[in-house]
Ligand binder design. Structure first.
Ligand code: ACM
Length: 775
């Protein structure tokens, strides 16, 4: 009976009435993310106001830290100044050895005060974070808050509730990391995986090998971006990282450092070519993707890694050390007589077994220091050492296999838990991978894969989401990718499975988004922003001079309200009931509002003017002939400002303006952006579709109907123009071409094919506009 949450309050009430007792009920769901395991309503309430004090036992440093963090959150999120004392006070943080589990807590609100009890440090902190959420249930600021009496008993479902920051592809400052740490704690995430080394940068100071950071932490931006001679990068000193470790620990967060090997080693080989395989002296890579450089698996490579681990473990005290293992194409090992001799001498069959042998050396070394190795699921390929844990990213298969073999596993499957996946197809999303993973997709993921045997379920440590940073450059972009999906991640990791409810989550995440915004965080509103769709073809709308515009939001939440008079929509504006029939020319402005009348997202607008209906922007284009555009890229790979983004397919630089109403148009304007082509494609290089150029820098070929590859001869493209591309060394990165249209019938797909050499650069259509025939 006690284990009922508020959302099921009616069930509790019914049961108690059947027993002949009157039970108190909460007015509605508590504004808590993640949802707690158990909530039981009490009677009465307690009001917290400016000056209300929090008592902690004298000398209980963790309780004092939890109180301090609570005070900071409440000041920022509610505008109330609480205080801390070791005397008596209405809010108390107390130890209770009877509460089992370091992260478990009980929070009790009565008429006389609020008591948070836990046996462990994290339990006290999580009780405090729950209280911070109870004290900011709405958007009121600086006002006392009445908290209804309640008893919350709470503990997590999973022990590893993680986020990964990729510090390598783009360096991120410690200040930006601390901001994320603060807000991880607010939703009870407890593991921060720092990806510290990769082809594009080595970020961890190693005193014994200074060139790792003198050389390996810096790279030259790719050809089309940055200033010639510029360097981008950075690294963290050991002292700085120790401070970060302590800061995170105070917030209940363990940092798991990753040194990625034997692949993703180009920055290491750039710094110390002798630790590579074939004697090459590469630069630190400016290319995303998969590069060929591998760690030397011989004695000098093994000794190097052990020396690095000595320094790494002295900085990071947590149990787990991540040693990568992903995407190591083995070409260099295959080509090296020394490595082949090593494979033979060790009695191994192939390069995958050599990788496993290496992992075993390091796993044993870490075990000798009382630590544990974790690696990406490729470490399973040649047989994984018994002590290793596995982080499954290529779907769940690795986790299922490893857990069933008795290894601990963390679920981090791409693309669902890859936060560089865009969260909507909106034209205002910042860069990322165009494989949409919405707030709902993350929420619906369950970290317990079906294929894991019941008795092996204990090996599932939890789930982690990864913010790979090839396309996440600014702190704004990193935060936008992480929040609010981090709230969904927190709930799937923390809350009991039977308490999961997406509708309820959407109600509860609203206040959390507000808290995050008050903390200065960039929080994506993609799930709640209004989308506009022209129903039927745009051509039909233009021909009939009547457009039917449908409004929707990605997440089914709130009421959409709109205006047609240019004013900002408010909670009193007209509610959207169905598609709007409009004469082209009107601008629709809309936002979704919650029951309390708060806008759930920034207002979005849609111009139904004829010129706008004849225009398609990058995010409205598709691939050729019918493929996906799969990356959304910034203009320069290392852009430090938030700017426009362009959808491309790096395997075929061709895109389509679908169903263009060519019959009403007499010309076209195409705005083009030139981007760096900085992709290491390894064994996929041959998949790039080459279109032969006739002028030195290639051409943009525009056709009505798309030329098709292979044996599909169905489409018969009509040539509309061939435009030589300018010299990338001298021409601006954005330019436009214009052309005239012959008389064509109805709607046709307009195809934009670039024939520039495939080495560099990469072109994208930013915007294509048809010019209307005079009517
Ligand atoms: C990975 O995404 N290469 C782990």
């Amino acid at each position: 009976m006690a284990a009922c949450i508020a959302r099921d309050g009616r069930r509790v009430l019914t049961a108690l009435l059947l027993l002949g007792a009157a039970a108190p009920a909460l007015a509605g769901p508590l504004p808590l993310v993640p949802a707690p395991a158990s909530v039981v309503a009490g009677s009465a309430s307690f009001t917290v106001r400016d000056g209300t004090a929090i008592a902690t036992a004298h000398g209980d440093a963790a309780a004092e830290a939890a109180a301090r963090i609570l005070i900071t959150h409440v000041r920022t999120e509610r505008g109330l100044a609480l205080s801390q004392t070791s005397g008596a006070a209405p809010i108390t943080l107390v130890r209770d050895a009877a509460i089992a589990g370091d992260e478990a807590y009980r929070l009790t609100v009565t008429a006389t005060g609020i008591r948070i009890a836990a046996s462990g440090d994290r339990g006290l902190l999580y009780g405090a974070m729950t209280l911070a959420q109870l004290l900011s249930p709405d958007r009121a600021f600086g006002k006392p808050v009445k908290v209804d009496a309640v008893t919350i008993e709470d503990a997590p479902r999973f022990a590893w509730r993680g986020l990964m920051i990729d510090t390598t592809r783009h360096f991120i400052t410690l200040e930006a990391i601390r901001t994320i740490v603060d807000q991880m704690a607010s939703v009870k995430l407890n593991t921060l995986h720092l990806h510290l080394t990769d082809d594009q940068g080595w970020r961890f100071e190693v005193k014994r090998y200074p060139k790792l950071t003198d050389v390996g932490a810096w790279r030259t931006p790719p050809s089309s971006g940055g200033t010639p001679g510029a360097r981008v990068g950075g690294f963290y000193t050991q002292d700085e990282l120790k401070q970060l470790v302590a800061y995170a620990a105070e917030r209940g967060i363990t940092i798991v450092p990753e040194v990625d090997l034997p692949g993703h080693a180009q920055a290491l080989v750039a710094a110390y070519p002798e630790l590579g395989v074939l004697g090459d002296r590469p630069e630190v890579s400016p290319d995303w993707g998969i590069n060929p450089y591998l760690l030397n698996p011989g004695p000098k490579g093994v000794e190097f890694v052990k020396n690095v681990l000595d320094e790494l473990t002295a900085v990071f005290p947590g149990t787990y050390i991540h040693l990568g293992g992903d995407e190591a194409v083995k070409d260099q090992w295959e080509r090296s007589p020394e490595v082949q001799a090593q494979i033979k001498a060790l009695g191994l069959k192939n390069e995958n077994q050599l990788q496993s042998w290496l992992i075993e050396q390091f796993g044993n070394y870490l075990a000798s220091k009382g630590r544990r190795l974790i690696g990406w699921d490729e470490i399973l390929e040649g047989g994984v050492p018994a002590s290793a844990s596995v982080m499954s990213w290529r779907g769940e298969k690795g986790a299922i296999e490893a857990a069933n073999l008795g290894h601990d596993v963390v679920l981090s499957p791409a693309p669902t838990l890859y936060l560089d996946s865009l969260q909507s197809d909106r034209g205002d999303e910042p860069p990322g991978r165009i494989i949409i993973q919405s707030l709902e997709s993350v929420y619906r993921y369950d970290p317990m894969p079906a294929g894991i045997a019941g008795d092996k379920a204990k090996h599932v440590l939890g789930a982690q989401a990864n913010a790979w940073s090839e396309y996440l450059v600014t702190p704004y972009q990193v935060q936008h990718a992480m929040f609010p999906r981090a709230a969904a991640l927190a709930e799937i990791n923390w809350s009991p499975k039977d308490k999961r409810d997406f509708g309820g989550f959407l109600e509860r995440v609203g206040p959390q988004i507000e808290r995050w915004k008050r903390s200065g965080l960039e929080v994506a509103d993609s799930a709640f922003a209004v989308d506009f769709k022209v129903q039927g073809s745009r051509g039909d709308a233009l021909r009939a001079n009547k457009a039917l515009i449908a409004l929707s939001t990605q997440a089914p939440h709130g009421t959409i309200r709109y205006t047609l008079d240019g004013k900002e929509p408010t909670a009193r504006s007209k509610a959207y009931k169905g598609p709007l029939s409009l004469v082209p020319g009107v601008t629709v402005r809309a936002a979704a509002f919650d029951r309390a009348g708060n806008a759930l997202a920034a207002v979005r607008s849609f111009d139904t003017g004829r010129a706008a209906l004849l225009t398609r922007t990058a995010s409205e284009l598709t691939g050729c002939p019918s493929g996906a555009l799969w990356l959304r890229l910034p203009l320069t790979a290392d852009a430090t400002a938030n700017g426009p983004a362009y959808n491309v397919n790096v395997f075929d630089t061709c895109s389509v303006y679908p169903a263009a109403p060519v019959d009403v148009a007499s010309g076209f304007t195409i705005e083009v952006a030139r981007l760096p082509r900085n992709f290491g494609l390894a064994h996929d290089t041959g998949k790039v579709r080459r279109h032969y150029n006739v002028t030195p820098h290639g051409e943009l070929i525009v056709t009505a109907g798309c030329p098709v590859s292979g044996d599909d001869k169905a489409a018969k493209p009509t040539p509309l123009g061939t435009f030589p591309l300018p010299d990338p060394a001298t021409a601006p990165a954005r330019f436009r071409v214009t052309g005239t249209l012959p008389k064509l019938e109805g709607d046709r797909d307009l195809c934009f094919q670039f024939t520039s050499p495939i080495s560099d650069p990469l072109y994208a259509v930013e915007r294509a506009t048809l010019t209307e025939t005079a009517r």
